[in-house]
Design a protein around this ligand. Structure first.
Ligand code: PLP
Length: 266
């Protein structure tokens, strides 16, 4: 029997921790065939990002055409998009897909948006103009958005609590999971899931203290997309994705790869 297909639209990480390296490994581990549209090539290792080379717009469009014309994509995940043009192009493609699926009355693949703006190392992967493009164009057409607390604050424009941020961002249209809240206080992490028009729900899972966490956000959003591709409902997919990340972090917890912030296990 065929596996479900998930598509990642994201940047590369030459160090193999984040970006498409994490996405494709996570899809494979969760029984999903991964397709891959590259938006930017980054030069980076465990110590940081030393170069970012955006892929030309026409090449992003050509990759999208190739994949979407051929493969039965059951879920889409976006990671680092890097430029306003890329964010707008992906948003337009999502709208086009929903029109096409509407007229064919087939179900539209869910779109998981990981709003990558800043790397765990602090490198800026999208500036203010990119942040605005997410808010204005991509978030309103996404199925679910998965910011960490810093990204949620940047998108919302203030330092509210995770549940306030999740509720506010869900007001733009998508479901929202604000990930990774408050591990120090309780030994637990709390993700906040907000679906439009509903009160936010805390999703608790064990915290895994480690500095080998590069790629955690990518792994979470890919695991969420993989479970949605298998047909899981959103809350169940979010719980499975958090458990998967905790398991991978526990595996890489004591690794000593590189001189900087090491990778989460794939
Ligand atoms: N995508 C790319 C290409 C990256 O280089 C990074 C960070 O370096 C990310 C996404 C986000 O990484 P993380 O999952 O560690 O937040």
């Amino acid at each position: 029997m065929n596996p479900p297909v998930a598509l990642t639209i994201a940047g590369t990480d030459s160090g193999g921790a984040a970006g498409t390296a994490a996405d494709l490994a996570t899809f494979a581990a969760l029984g999903v065939h991964g397709a891959c549209v590259i938006t930017a090539v980054t030069a980076q290792d465990t110590t940081g990002v030393s170069d970012i080379h955006p892929v030309p717009h026409s090449a992003i469009e050509a990759q999208l055409d190739a994949v979407l014309d051929d493969l039965p994509v059951a879920a889409i995940k976006t990671g680092m998009l890097g430029t306003v043009a890329a964010v707008e192009a992906i948003a337009q493609r999502v709208v086009k897909l929903s029109v096409a699926h509407g007229s064919l009355s087939a179900s539209q693949p869910p779109v998981v948006v990981d709003p990558v703006l800043v790397a765990t190392s602090g490198a800026v992967l999208g500036g203010e103009d990119v942040r605005r493009a997410y808010v204005d164009h991509l978030l309103p057409v996404a199925t679910v958005v998965t910011p960490n607390l810093d990204e949620a604050r940047a998108l919302a424009g203030h330092d509210g609590s995770p549940e306030e941020l999740a509720t506010q961002l869900a007001g733009l249209g998508p479901a929202v999971v604000v990930t990774g809240g408050d591990p120090a206080a309780t030994g637990e992490c709390t993700d906040w899931l907000a679906e439009p028009g509903q009160p936010p729900i805390p999703l608790r899972h064990p915290a895994v203290p480690t500095s080998n966490d590069h790629g955690t956000g990518c792994t979470y959003s890919s695991a969420l997309a993989a479970h949605l591709a298998h047909g899981a409902p959103l809350r169940e997919a979010a719980e499975h994705a958090a458990a998967y990340v905790a398991r991978q972090l526990a595996t890489s917890r004591h690794w000593t790869l590189g001189r900087g912030r090491g990778p989460i296990a794939h």
